[in-house]
Design a binder for this molecule. Structure first.
Ligand code: C5P
Length: 286
């Protein structure tokens, strides 16, 4: 059995509408999300011992809470023939950044186990295992661009989305997803009409101006009064972005650029404002 290396990409939600809590505590969503160029590099190798070990990962995460480990357990629960695994992660996606890094790593682990152990799992089986690990994991099994419903696991792939240029600014802290949902439930808000058609049209025609007008994230309400969010959003627009958008449940803030060739000057202007914790990225073709 050979080793396997995969790029495990982050995501951005162009639309993220959160509906009232369900009896099981989860929230139904209406979302449109795309994989983006920012990625962790993951090296997978089978192990003799029936264990999963992970290196290069932030030590603050207990093994049992690590979604890579949980993905390995979930695959083994269905396929007991799956043996041990060592995973080495070169982490680029910030944790607690709302970019889906953990979910993406979990999906990559399911795909890697499928290949390394010759499981030939059908897509439906991979999706079911992914949904048992976390709400955003099935999206990363598909990748590309998808409409998400339910708690994020009911997916409709969107073909023909073109790359959108952006700059991602990471504040110095992460936000826990569960905590962000609880905060959202505690604030007054209206669930507006969800205009996903214009977002999808904008993605298919690379119309970044239309996209900037159409994007919406209900989690804005949880951070709009926070100075860090206002400062970063203002800096992104002053640097030349046409729209600042909170990523997922936060804390990363994305600045949508009009054209790819503007990313350099936007970066220079962010630097001149003393903002260095940013990364240029773009969504992927779908
Ligand atoms: O599914 P996952 O483990 O990634 O979700 C983390 C937490 O985020 C859940 O425990 C839940 O509190 C919240 N969540 C939610 N509705 C969703 C997705 C996540 O309330 N659709």
């Amino acid at each position: 059995m050979n080793a396997l290396s995969l790029s495990s990409h982050a995501k951005i939600n162009w639309v993220l509408r959160v509906h009232p809590p369900r009896p099981d505590g989860y929230h139904d969503l209406t979302t449109v999300f795309s994989e983006i160029t920012l990625a962790d590099q993951m090296d997978f190798s089978p192990r003799e011992e029936p264990e999963c070990t992970i290196s290069g990962f932030f030590e603050s995460v207990a093994l049992e809470e690590n979604v890579i480990y949980r993905a390995w357990l979930a695959v083994r629960a269905v396929h007991p023939e799956v043996g041990g695994l060592h995973v080495s992660v070169r982490k680029q996606i910030p944790m607690g950044g709302g970019l889906g890094g953990g979910s993406s790593n979990a999906a990559s682990t399911i795909k890697a186990l499928d290949k390394l152990y010759g499981l030939n799992m059908p897509l439906t089986e991979q999706l079911a295992i992914a949904a048992s690990v976390g709400s955003d994991v099935p999206f990363f099994i598909y990748g590309g661009c998808c409409i998400g419903q339910g708690r994020g696991e009911i997916l409709t792939p969107v073909a023909g989305a073109l790359p959108v240029p952006m700059v991602l600014v990471m504040p110095g802290h992460g936000i826990s997803t569960g905590e962000a949902f609880r905060r959202l439930d505690s604030v007054e808000r209206e669930t507006g009409v969800t205009e996903i058609d214009s977002v999808i049209h904008a993605l298919r025609t690379a119309d970044t101006i239309l996209l900037a007008e159409a994007v919406v994230n209900d989690f804005d309400r949880t951070v709009e009064d926070e100075p860090w969010f206002r400062d970063i959003s203002e800096a992104l627009v002053e640097a030349g972005c046409i729209r600042a958008l909170l990523c997922g449940s936060g804390s990363t803030v994305a600045g949508i650029a009009r054209e790819h060739n503007q990313l350099e000057s936007i970066s220079a202007r962010l630097n001149s404002r003393g903002i260095y914790n940013y990364q240029s990225a773009s969504s992927l073709w779908s």
